[in-house]
Ligand binder design. Sequence first.
Ligand SMILES: O=C(O)c1ccccc1N[C@@H]1O[C@H](COP(=O)(O)O)[C@@H](O)[C@H]1O
Length: 196
Amino acid sequence: MYVKICGLREPGHVATAVEAGADAIGFVLTRSSRRVTPARARELASAVPPHVLTVAVFAGEPTEEVRAATLESGVRAVQLHGEHPHADFTALKDLGVTLVRAGAASTDLRCGALDEDLLIVDAPRPGSGEPWDWAAVRGRPEGRWMLAGGLTPSNVAEAITAARPWGVDVSSGVEVAPGEKDSGLIRDFVTAARAG
Ligand SMILES: O=C(O)c1ccccc1N[C@@H]1O[C@H](COP(=O)(O)O)[C@@H](O)[C@H]1O
């Protein structure tokens, strides 16, 4: 089970996620209580070993802004939320980073439909911590796809059973307050996801 921990802002939480065995770590570069600057994302990403994917998260920014922020942060993957045309993914190909498309269950559920490398199937309001009907997508997404939206250490096993994803992605569920991660919850989430 591939595990991504998103919305990290502090070096201690980055270290915890790496030690706990996360496969990917996300930095939010869009409007959010978890937002960090590209410079801060670079600082945080510099402590992440190469086997862990560093991801910059965007939601609706123009491609040129995404490109500039990605280069400045030095991350190895870009995650785009929202209604992006195929051309936006094509325009980012030359960056040589992993492209991640994120959308709700109503979007095209074939990973690679827009030339992305990974797909995230998320709640209607990304980053809200709101659970949704995970079972509704069971058997529908194709390829390498992660389930997100309202996952926590307590419910991730149930969500995996319901939706049968390739991976899982969490932000709110490992926080004690909006934007405030908790090391214990990060560890618990990775353990529960792997056991699920
Ligand atoms: O985490 C955010 O603040 C965020 C803001 C805008 C777009 C995406 C965001 N995060 C993504 O949302 C899900 C996690 O949601 P949840 O908080 O666990 O319910 C995940 O894909 C994050 O990368």
